[in-house]
Design a protein around this ligand. Structure first.
Ligand code: MN3
Length: 246
């Protein structure tokens, strides 16, 4: 009988094979050699290369998970978004604006754009919310906001971890800001808080593909490990940036 791990790997490899046959344009000089799928030429949306190596987040997030997650799962959302969205007006917008205005997307593709577009946006920021030698605690105004709302960073971390580990089914757990207040929230599937007018500051992918190879069902170990790679500098920048939402 196939184990869960083997099944996940088999599914990922099947997707790679599919993606590899649909993207025929060779990479250009400006593109990283890693970006073999869903890059610029297949459509208006494209995937940035990771700013760090696949193994940069070891031992907390393993290289194999990073590679499959970025090159297969995220790439798949981009490829499908490019296939789905054809309205030239909406296509001229950045992905965040599209997600904030899903009602502007024609109804027949709205659910697909919500899923694939949300998947693209959520993963794009997820890679940036992590870094090598990350972790620790935030500084600056975000640190004060967290202390004000949750009394301490430790208490905040406990509430966040509880929300993430208790999340049912596939989705994300976030710390978001609406420009005035911060909150911990979860979203199902690839729904993104930007569609509700809140900017994600940090967020953890709680889909099984994000952790199952290394952590299996030990979700609390995954969340604890992930806190060691959080880029609080990026989160603080986004906290300041969230003021534009008001
Ligand atoms: Mn994911």
């Amino acid at each position: 009988m196939m184990t869960r791990r083997e099944a996940l790997k088999k599914a990922a490899i099947a997707t790679v094979a599919c993606a590899a046959t649909t993207v025929l344009t060779p990479t250009t000089k400006a593109e990283s050699p890693r970006m073999t799928f869903a890059t610029t030429k297949g459509g208006p949306f494209w995937q940035s290369p990771l700013a760090y190596a696949y193994d940069a987040l070891e031992p907390h997030i393993d290289a194999e998970t990073m590679q499959i997650h970025h090159d297969v799962h995220h790439a798949g959302y981009v490829a499908n978004l490019n296939k789905t969205l054809t309205d030239p007006k909406v296509l001229s917008w950045p992905i965040e604006r599209i997600l904030r205005n899903l009602n502007a997307v024609s109804e027949d593709v709205r659910a697909a754009v919500r899923n694939y577009g949300g998947g693209h946006y959520n993963h794009t920021i997820f890679w940036k919310m992590m870094k090598k030698n990350g972790g620790g605690e935030p500084q600056s105004s975000l640190a004060r906001a967290i202390e004000q709302k949750y009394t301490s960073f430790g208490a905040f971390k406990d509430v966040f971890t509880k929300a993430a580990t208790e999340q049912f089914g596939s989705g994300w757990t976030w710390l978001t800001s609406d420009g005035k207040d911060i909150r911990i929230e979860t979203s199902a599937n690839q729904d993104s808080p930007v569609s509700e007018g809140r900017l994600p500051l940090i967020g953890i992918d709680m889909w099984e593909h994000a952790y199952y190879l290394k952590y299996q069902n030990k979700r609390v170990d995954y969340v604890n490990a992930w806190f060691n790679v959080v880029d609080w500098g990026y989160a603080s920048e986004r906290y300041v940036d969230a003021e534009r939402l008001v």
